[in-house]
Design a protein around this ligand. Structure first.
Ligand code: C5P
Length: 212
């Protein structure tokens, strides 16, 4: 499976549909977050599937265990490939989420890449998630090697905070796509460094060619 997850962080169905159609060669998994989901979730998810691609539903569940379990059940009915929960929801919430049978992959946010954090905190959250049966974590590219060492090779490491050059924005713990892949990321999530360029498809192709 291709390693780039394209974050469809646009709020217009037509823009999202155009992006999917133009990028199918380079992307197998598209990320649908709250902004797009609330506006046209059903339509865009159908479009992604009609193009033979997978959906990463990034709604970052963080609620009481019973509600998170029902939310995972609902996401399963939508046929998504993966979804996110916040590891700070705690053990009971994570166990409830992973107890759903034949469910999508569950990836837990350790600490948001927009927040400054310590390695100890990230590893603590990653191990908690792993021990509760979660399939992997969303974490900064700077922590990939450490998570691999502490949590094992089978545990997915999925990294946002991908930047092509130094920019001053809300992502604090960042790296380039090449470094993230070299460090061992299973997937890299990229949004603005592609979406905010004059030619998003060309930018994506360049990244794809570099990471192989
Ligand atoms: O635009 P940018 O490349 O920063 O987008 C990163 C994407 O990854 C956003 O859609 C954001 O919601 C998502 N994400 C993140 N940090 C997490 C989990 C998801 O930045 N911990």
């Amino acid at each position: 499976m291709k390693k780039i997850i394209l974050a469809l962080d646009v709020y217009d169905f037509n823009k999202a549909e155009k992006l999917v159609k133009e990028t199918v060669t380079y992307v197998d998994v598209y990320k649908v977050g709250p902004m797009l989901f609330l506006r046209c979730g059903g339509r865009i998810m159908r479009t992604i599937k009609d193009n033979g691609k997978e959906i990463f539903l990034d709604l970052k569940f963080h609620d009481i265990p019973a509600i998170v379990k029902l939310s995972v059940e609902s996401a399963k009915e939508l046929g998504v490939f993966s979804l996110t929960v916040h590891s700070v929801g705690g053990k009971d919430m994570l166990v409830a989420a992973t107890s759903v049978k034949n469910r999508p992959k569950i990836w837990a946010v350790t600490v948001l890449t927009s927040q400054v954090s310590s390695e100890e905190e990230v590893i603590k959250m990653a191990k908690l998630a792993r021990d509760c049966g979660v399939d992997g974590v969303i974490s900064s590219p700077l922590e990939i090697a450490l998570i691999r060492k502490e949590c094992g090779e089978e545990f997915n490491v999925v990294t946002p905070g991908i930047r092509l050059k130094k920019v001053d924005d809300d992502q604090k713990r960042v790296a380039t796509p090449e470094i993230a892949i070299k460090e061992g990321a299973d997937f890299i999530i990229i949004g603005r460094p592609i979406l905010n360029t004059v030619n998003p498809v060309e930018t994506l192709k360049n990244i794809y060619d570099k990471i192989g």
